[in-house]
Design a protein around this ligand. Structure first.
Ligand SMILES: NC(=O)C1=CN([C@@H]2O[C@H](COP(=O)(O)OP(=O)(O)OC[C@H]3O[C@@H](n4cnc5c(N)ncnc54)[C@H](OP(=O)(O)O)[C@@H]3O)[C@@H](O)[C@H]2O)C=CC1
Ligand SMILES: Nc1nc(=O)c2c([nH]1)NC[C@@H]1CN(c3ccc(C(=O)N[C@@H](CCC(=O)O)C(=O)O)cc3)C=[N+]21
Length: 284
């Protein structure tokens, strides 16, 4: 029996908890605030921004979007970021990635204040995540993957997991978070000889590659659990994942849909991280 595991119940549960936490903060006259830094207007960034602003409003996190020109210089960008680091009213900073070419992420990642870095750009947070230090902020999307697996009762200890895609926003951190739950991990990327074979041997498959419906029926073992992180627009203009949902759905035990899966939980995690940052900054 295949179960389509939706993001909404997971997102709703997180949001309900956040509403209570934020009410308690407001009684102390503390207002959590997220600032989004967007350079230019990539459709991907705008889609995430829309979801993020909507979710934050719903739970009571204040938001601000710093929209910067596509051709902003590295020096000007760093000045803007330093202002946000110093602004006491700002608890969380989300910088949309990838940044345009003239901006050097390898420098910028050391500028963002780690305690405000709610999507794991800073090496401090990458290190904390790797060590399993819960005071840090792992990236929101991989955290959403973990929350979905937890919500639907998937036991990870000792499980064989395959991750298809190895970016710093999705694949690599997901591998680390699964490893921290004592799963056994294989990570596939563009140089992997046979990703389908690796996926076929796994009990849990997490996919984040950005290729519409790449993962077909012959990639998936009978009864596997499939988490599809991809958000793509296909040739007909429809939103679709990196997994051929219709092709694999009868073979799996659980699968996330797109839309309505991981993407809908990511924004709740974002709001949750802002509240966590706010509490830490107020020594609560
Ligand atoms: N649900 C959500 O909230 C979010 C969804 N996304 C979605 O997730 C997807 C991935 O995003 P992102 O990680 O940023 O993308 P990137 O392009 O940064 O990374 C894609 C990764 O997949 C690998 N890859 C590409 N093609 C293949 C292939 N045929 N076989 C195996 N590996 C492959 C790449 O390998 P290499 O590096 O070697 O080229 C790379 O590691 C996109 O659809 C994006 O829209 C992204 C963020 C949040
Ligand atoms: N630092 C950084 N972190 C990111 O995680 C990141 C990024 N930069 N840059 C852009 C990409 C793209 N991305 C999306 C997330 C959600 C939707 C999305 O459509 N969300 C819908 C739900 C979609 C669904 O239901 O599956 C919503 O929130 O309402 C789209 C795109 C994040 N990214």
């Amino acid at each position: 029996m295949s179960q389509v595991i939706k993001g909404k119940p997971v997102a709703d549960k997180i949001s309900e908890e956040l509403v209570l936490e934020i009410e308690a903060l407001k009684e102390k006259v503390i207002q959590p605030k997220l600032t989004i830094v967007r350079v230019g207007a990539r459709p991907d960034d705008l889609a995430y921004e829309k979801g993020a602003l909507g979710r934050c409003k719903k739970v009571g996190v204040e938001t601000e979007v710093k929209e910067l020109p596509e051709d902003i210089t590295q020096d000007d960008f760093i000045k803007e970021l330093q202002n946000l680091n110093e602004d006491k009213a700002v608890n969380g900073i989300l910088i949309f990635r990838p940044l345009p070419e003239q901006l050097d992420e390898s420098v910028i990642k050391y500028v963002i204040a780690p305690e405000k870095d709610i999507d794991c750009l800073s090496p401090v947070n990458v290190g904390k995540m790797t060590e399993g230090d819960k005071t840090g902020f792992p990236p929101c999307t991989p955290t959403a993957v973990m929350e979905i697996l937890k919500f639907y009762g998937v036991e990870l200890q000792g499980k064989d997991c395959a991750i298809i895609g190895a970016s710093m926003v999705v694949g690599k951190p997901t591998a680390i978070l699964l490893l921290n739950e004592n799963a056994t991990i294989s990570v596939c990327h563009i140089f992997t000889k046979d990703s389908a074979k690796v996926a076929r041997q796994a009990e849990v498959v997490v996919v984040g590659v950005g290729v519409p419906r790449l993962v077909k029926e012959n990639w998936i073992a009978e009864g596997a659990i499939v988490i599809d992180v991809g958000i793509n627009v296909d040739n007909e203009g429809n939103l679709c994942g990196d997994v051929d949902f219709d092709g694999v759905k009868d073979k799996v035990s659980m699968i996330t849909p797109v839309p309505g899966g991981v993407g809908s939980v990511t924004t709740s995690i974002l709001a949750k991280h802002v509240v966590k940052a706010c509490k830490q900054q107020n020594n609560l």
